[in-house]
Design a binder for this molecule. Structure first.
Ligand code: GDP
Ligand code: GDP
Length: 435
């Protein structure tokens, strides 16, 4: 039997949506096991060569007298008993419900690893406060949107950690790279220059959407996943190129990446489309490296690069954290630097800072500049911890979240960056009111 993953949670949190996403990732076969009621659905999937079976437990309704609901609960319990890992799904928009807590307590009594998926986090901005509730459960969170297929990769990477290995697998974590930019900027050329046919490690790996083809590559002993190479490497028709014009394609790739390689055409002014893509990269919390391509075509004098960077920083403020490399995909100039930059950004993206260290940092930041009065109150910060990586996310415990002036939050973010740099990576902060 393949590695068995059970999806549990209250009704309506998005379990079946997640189930479908997971089996969509490959040759999806939905089993109809004999003797199993329709409440439980089984499907097969494959995560980078590791097969798994996923069970949608239907609804997990604790403590109810209704025979129908008791039956559902029984089914869920069976699934949990069978499972190697459990994905516990909660509704990020509804907050932590009493039933969630009860289910969680039940799950805790098993010795199976439990992964807390906070679903319906469709965008980050404005929705991140929804997450704060769930940190009470004291386990790492995986914010995601089953509906939009966002955030599945970090979850599945961890869930599948304990699964038996397939052939394509490596032990080191690897960066997922999305190459984005407007048509003709040189995305395909860059990929070809980077990878070269002979370095292709394996056959293509199907991505989380059926039409995307991801390619696992090894360069200098390191592995990378290049997202949706199908759309990039194939000779495309005019209509496909136009389709690519839509930012939608870029969003899809960015959603699944750790690091976005943003390709700009140095011979063209920075466009609205470039800005849109940059805003998506930042909003989705991705690492970023900016490639200023076709540098061979640019007439240069003493400070052409410096001038270009000035303009770029002004125009692309969303990704002000991204390192910039001037390249030519055509001549190969500085192409060898690209993956080194990706490695560095990926390292920062997945970096975790010790709580003790962070609290020393917080003490210093508060001492240098104490919180101002805001809304008739002064915020008192108690504690900081890093609650997530990819991107690094920090949670401040504070006596009153309303008392935190936006400018002071910004100050703390800047201080974090000053202390730990995090080059190429967006940072996120959350404010949690101490109970
Ligand atoms: P289940 O009862 O737990 O299996 O939940 P479903 O998968 O049937 O989803 C319940 C409802 O939530 C449906 O209307 C879904 O469209 C919606 N839903 C599921 N996932 C998401 C999501 O990521 N974002 C949003 N906005 N809605 C979602
Ligand atoms: P994509 O649409 O972003 O994938 O762009 P392509 O990789 O197909 O490149 C578009 C055009 O720009 C092609 O004619 C390439 O040969 C050309 N091109 C790409 N990179 C460079 C470069 O660094 N220098 C020059 N001179 N031309 C380039």
């Amino acid at each position: 039997m393949a590695f068995m993953i059970a999806i549990v949670g209250r009704p309506n949190v998005g379990k079946s949506r997640l189930f479908n996403r997971l089996i969509e990732s490959q040759t999806a076969i939905v089993h109809d096991f004999e003797g199993v009621t329709r409440d439980r659905q089984y499907g097969d999937g494959d995560w980078f060569g590791r097969p798994f079976t996923v069970v949608d437990t239907g609804g997990f309704v604790p403590r109810d007298e209704d025979p129908m609901l008791m039956q559902m609960r029984h089914q869920a319990q069976l699934a949990v008993d069978e499972a190697d890992a459990i994905i516990f799904v909660v509704d990020g928009r509804a907050g932590l419900a009493g039933a969630d807590q009860e289910i969680f307590e039940l799950l805790r009594t098993t010795d199976k690893p439990v992964y807390l998926a906070v679903n319906k986090i469709d965008t980050w901005s404005g929705q991140e406060q929804y997450l704060v509730d769930f940190y009470q459960l004291g386990v790492p969170l995986y914010p995601l949107s089953a509906e939009h297929g966002i955030g599945l990769d970090p979850l599945m990477d961890d869930v599948m950690e304990d699964a038996p290995k397939g052939e394509v697998l490596k032990d080191e974590p690897f960066a997922r790279i999305a190459v984005v930019g407007k048509p003709n900027a040189g995305k395909s050329s860059t990929i070809n220059a980077l990878l070269g046919e002979e370095r292709l490690l394996t056959s293509d790996v199907a991505g989380t959407t059926r039409d995307a083809i991801d390619t696992m590559v090894r360069v200098d002993g390191k592995e990378y996943l290049v997202i949706d190479t199908a759309g990039l490497r194939r000779k495309r028709s005019i209509s496909q190129r136009l389709e690519e014009f839509s930012v939608v394609q870029a969003i899809r790739s960015i959603d699944r990446a750790d690091v976005a390689l943003m390709v700009l055409d140095a011979t063209q002014p920075i466009s609205t489309q470039d800005k849109k893509i940059a805003s998506v990269v930042q909003n989705r919390g991705r690492g970023c490296v900016i490639l200023v391509n076709k540098w061979d075509l640019v007439e240069k004098n003493t400070d052409t690069a410096g001038e270009y960077i000035k303009t770029l920083r002004k125009e692309l403020q969303f990704v002000d954290y991204a390192p910039v490399i001037f390249v030519s995909a055509k001549t190969g100039q500085r192409v060898h630097r690209i993956l080194g930059a990706v490695d560095q950004v990926f390292e920062q993206y997945t970096r975790r800072i010790q709580t003790a260290e962070l609290n020393r940092f917080l003490e210093g930041a508060l001492a240098r500049h104490s919180p101002p009065m805001h809304g008739n109150r002064r915020a008192k910060f108690l504690y900081i911890s890093q609650v997530a990586t990819r991107p690094p996310t920090f949670m401040f415990s504070v006596n009153h979240t309303d008392a935190v002036a936006p400018s002071y939050r910004k100050y703390l973010e800047n201080q974090l960056r000053e202390a730990y740099t995090f080059e190429g990576v967006p940072l996120r902060t959350l404010m949690r009111q101490r109970k």
